[in-house]
Design a protein around this ligand. Structure first.
Ligand code: FB9
Length: 499
């Protein structure tokens, strides 16, 4: 007799009214043919509104395991096997007997003398021994699910437990009586004192819902910073605390001139073909006229013939190549623009940083996407050396909590010498690559007009790796991109970099 919570609630209250206290909520449940759990739920909620009172008694009880619940529905294994065996029986190799449930059913069926083994034929057959059975096991499981295990012999209960059909549970049943606010029907407690109540004075007999001061308020709807942006903020803090100013990186589309040529990256360099770089079709070209003619000629010159103690590449340098628009492959393109501006505006020592998206047409894997956030630091001053670079890298990475650094010679078209940076991560208990660095080549700086004695040291790293490490994210797709589950963005903790 399916019943809605309201119906069951009304029946419980009318029982209290008509028949007095309910001695055992378990009995009330089976009398109503409903699960005891539902009755307990209603008693608890009526109690919270004062309509009823209850005191619980703990009983050592049993509940069905999932397996037991299955047999309550379908019958015990032995009963199922007995039911499915045809009059002529089945050979012992029959699927009915060889499945996990079939094997149990056969052995129990034989033990209960419901079945017998007919060895008269070459291949033994299992046959019914009796014409009818009563599946006491199933009946017991039904009783137990209704909390009525009292009249099941302890030995049988122990056997059901051994057969992993039931398990011990502590069960509470309740003695239910009328409560201080008893009524045959729950009157919805008012949650608001309305003007209407005040005007009509009905608030006097109104029953107001108690304030639940422990209730968690509505989480303030608001924005959530993506972990990447939280870590970016930390990096920004470190740079600004070290006296660096942020470079304007809001233009993802760049011309090949500033992304490659200004950095003395040869026009034949493999990175300059579409395998590595996203070139634009519309607009395909950035008219080179935006580059001052004299500077352009100096760049052509150094690529073709060198100068500034460089041999150059000795290959023809084509304006058309330099005009190609692309999605910047590194924020070093912004550094080249800033350094040119610095040179043109009369050299002053400067410290710049950039943190923004760069795009590389590379194979996507667990730690690489076709776009990532590059972090770059640039220091330009008179007489800077590799020692200054190593020094500032130690300062910078110590702020990241990575004091132990190692440097490995590397190659970049625009820096010489260049170094890959490695650090020992306490978290990962291993040395990890944490970036790249170098001293910008004179072939890049001199054509810009920077004085002979000015050197520029620079380094770069990614934002994704540190964020993945700090937030324990293993696959970059879970951090960035259309597959990210937004709850991660909503629930990620604050970011504490380094100290
Ligand atoms: O970020 C990287 N690793 C890293 C950084 C910090 C970190 O912190 C943890 C909190 C503790 C952990 C790891 N890398 C650079 C190293 C690798 O992840 C590498 O596989 C991937 N690299 C990206 C490029 O991938 C194609 C990271 C990205 C990178 C590499 C080089 C530069 C910038 C970004 C550069 C440069 C540069 C060099 C000279 C002059 C100017 C800029």
């Amino acid at each position: 007799m399916g019943s809605t919570p309201e119906e069951l609630e009304a029946r419980l209250l009318s029982t209290l009214q008509d028949a007095g206290p309910i001695a055992d909520s378990g009995e009330f449940a089976s009398a109503q043919g409903v699960d005891h759990g539902r009755v307990v739920g209603i008693v608890k909620s009526l109690q919270s509104d004062g309509l009823v009172s209850s005191e619980g008694t703990e009983h050592a009880s049993f509940e069905l395991t999932d397996e037991g619940a299955g047999y309550r529905e379908a019958g015990s294994p032995e009963a199922q096997v007995w039911n499915d065996i045809p009059a002529e029986g089945v050979p012992v190799t029959h699927a009915l007997l060889t499945s996990p449930m079939g094997r149990i059913g056969q052995s129990k069926g034989l033990a209960k003398k419901w079945l017998y083994m007919d060895k008269s034929s070459p291949e033994a057959r299992v046959k019914r021994k009796v014409d009818s059975i009563s599946d006491t096991t199933q009946e017991q499981l039904i009783k137990i699910s209704q909390g009525q295990h009292q009249d099941i012999p302890a030995k049988e209960l122990a056997d059901l437990k051994k057969r992993k059909m039931i398990r011990d549970v502590k069960r509470f049943t309740y003695r239910v009586t009328k409560g201080p606010e008893f009524a045959l029907q729950r009157r919805k407690a008012a949650t608001d004192l309305t003007a209407d109540m005040l005007v009509k004075g009905t608030w006097k007999e109104e029953k107001f819902k108690a304030y639940n001061f422990n209730a968690l308020g509505q989480p303030p709807a608001g924005g959530h910073l993506h972990p990447l942006l939280k870590v970016r903020t930390q990096f920004r803090k470190i740079f600004t605390q070290m006296g660096f100013q942020e470079m304007p990186t809001n233009a993802f589309v760049e011309s090949s001139f500033w992304n490659f040529d200004a950095l003395f990256q040869p026009q034949q360099h493999p990175a300059r073909d579409a395998h590595d770089t996203f070139f634009l079709t519309h607009p395909a070209r950035a008219p080179i006229s935006h580059v001052p003619e004299d500077y352009l000629e100096r760049v052509r010159n150094v690529h073709e013939r060198g100068g500034y103690s460089s041999t150059g590449y000795g290959t023809p340098w084509k304006v058309a190549e330099a005009e190609k628009n692309l999605l910047r492959t590194h924020t070093t393109a912004v550094s080249s623009r800033m350094l040119y501006k610095l040179a043109q505006s009369g050299f002053q020592p400067a410290k710049y940083f950039s943190i923004d998206r760069v795009f590389r047409n590379e194979a996507v894997d667990r730690t690489h996407l076709a776009e990532f956030h590059q972090i770059e630091g640039v220091v330009c001053d008179v007489g800077l050396t590799l020692g200054h670079l190593i020094g500032i890298l130690k300062l910078f990475f110590t702020r990241l909590g990575l004091p132990k650094l190692r440097f490995k010679p590397a190659y970049n078209p625009y820096t010489e010498p260049s170094m890959e940076i490695f650090s020992y991560s306490e978290e990962l208990k291993k040395w990890i690559e944490v970036g790249n660095s170098g001293m910008f080549r004179p072939e890049m700086l001199r054509p810009m007009g920077l004085p002979e004695n000015v050197n520029v040291i620079a380094w770069g790293l990614g934002l994704e790796r540190p964020t993945m490490i700090l937030y324990g994210i293993d696959n970059i797709r879970d951090l960035f991109g259309h597959k990210v589950n937004l709850s991660m963005v909503k629930r990620n903790p604050i970011c504490r970099l380094g100290f």
